[in-house]
Design a protein around this ligand. Structure first.
Ligand code: ARG
Length: 412
């Protein structure tokens, strides 16, 4: 085989920065660029249009993948089973897509004989870490380069370059925000949002309508099987369809808008706006079905695991041993998470109004205060006596040492 140039696979969005990066990388490093575009449900342009633009911008090859089903099945569904919310609120939208994009980058690198992977991230965010740490887990032989971070590809340089080389890409339209979106949600940052006192304006949102003036309430029944939605209002759905339909219906009610100052992996606090109508509604439904079907001790422990899982995924550890082991735990907890949840979607809220499950642990006859009560209340007396024993002993000691609970209002 004759000598050929080294190749780099570039995570290509079709936007200005990564379009310029194709030529810029070649100019700065002498490597040929293979563009890789992965559809994770971000909407927008057709993959074929993106492929052609990559080639027009100088890519030697373009690899495009419709990964929407794969993303929903292998990334969103595990997040749903884990009730994945970073800092209790952010449904991990971008954090979920990076590991999948890297998988395709590696596939393309093998297919086209590349030695290096490139991405368009800056040096300040989480996504650079997610790309590169995921790569380390999957293909440690591949090197990385980030033109914006490592090759001084600033916005101004990009605009100049695109104009000078007549790249088929818009350079005049100035988007005030940095946006990342996929089927699980949408992340909006920078611009005037960097002043954390500034309220988000209407133009920030795209997946959700204003919840202040909602349409009529929308009642929905979501059927789960082992933690995964399988039907909506009795119609069978795939995971992708479930998320898409809930995005539409919960989005119309303005559900899933999140405004948060979050702790980035790199130590910076940053202000983020998210909208994740489907994710937020599905997680609320899933959580409630767990309340009905998961045994108390397991449920309590799982809440901690869920939180840790979410931190790991946020922190670029998707392919790490701990995350994998927690996945196995979570999977085990989902055995009986099957049944129906009825919700009312309205005015920014997804409110659960009913639950039904063959594997329910809710026992009407134990819970009822009406006739049919099978709970023998006389057992509680002895239970409390023994259950409270250690607290009682400690309180008695406090009294002996003069540290008992003080009931005298004037004492302090
Ligand atoms: N802060 C969020 C995260 O770390 C969203 C990042 C969005 N990325 C972007 N390039 N705008 O997951």
């Amino acid at each position: 085989m004759s000598e050929h140039k080294d190749r780099v696979v570039l995570a290509y969005s079709g936007g200005l920065d990564t379009s310029v990066a194709i030529g810029w990388i070649e100019q700065q490093t002498g490597m040929e660029v293979v563009a890789v575009a992965v559809d994770v449900g971000q909407g927008g342009e057709d993959l074929e249009v993106i492929r052609q633009r990559a080639l027009d911008c100088g890519a030697v090859e373009a690899y495009v993948a419709d990964a929407k089903e794969e993303f929903a099945f292998d990334y969103c569904m595990p997040a749903l089973k884990a009730n994945g919310l970073y800092q209790g609120r952010y449904p991990l939208v971008s954090a979920l897509s990076r590991p999948l994009i890297v998988k395709h980058l590696v596939r393309a690198a093998r297919q086209f004989g590349a030695t290096t992977v490139a991405h368009g991230c800056t040096g300040k965010g989480n996504d650079q870490v997610r790309f590169e740490v995921s790569l380390t887990s999957m293909a440690p032989d591949l090197k990385t380069i980030a033109p914006v971070r490592d090759l001084a590809l600033t916005r101004d340089v990009a605009i100049d370059y695109a104009n000078k080389h007549n790249l088929p890409i818009e350079t005049t339209k100035h988007n005030p925000f940095s946006i990342d979106q996929n089927v699980w949600g949408r992340a909006i940052e920078t611009g005037f949002l960097e002043d954390i006192w500034n309220a988000p304006t209407k133009d920030v949102y795209n997946y959700t309508d204003d919840p202040t003036y909602p349409p009529l309430p929308d009642e929905v029944v979501i059927t789960f099987e082992q933690g995964v939605p399988v039907a909506i209002d009795g119609r069978a759905v795939t995971p992708l369809e479930a998320v898409q339909e809930m995005n539409r219906r919960a989005g119309a009610q303005g559900i899933g808008r999140i405004d948060i100052v979050e702790d980035r992996l790199v130590g910076i606090k940053s202000r983020e706006i998210y909208e994740a109508p489907g994710a937020v509604a599905l997680i609320a439904a899933h959580q409630e079905l767990e309340n009905v079907t998961v045994e108390r001790e397991l449920a309590r422990y799982k809440r901690r695991v869920d939180e840790r899982w979410s931190e790991l995924v946020y922190d670029a550890q998707w392919y790490s041993p701990l995350k994998n082991a927690l996945d196995a735990f979570i999977e085990n907890t989902q055995t009986y998470v099957s049944g129906d949840i009825r919700m009312t979607l309205h005015g920014g809220r997804a409110t659960v109004t009913g639950r039904r499950s063959d594997s329910s642990l809710y026992d009407f006859n134990l819970a009822t205060y009406e006739t049919g009560d099978t709970f023998d209340q006389s057992h509680s007396r002895g239970f409390i006596e023994i259950y409270g024993m250690s607290a009682k002993l400690a309180a008695a000691r406090d009294v002996r040492f003069g540290r008992g609970v003080n009931f005298d209002e004037d004492a302090h």
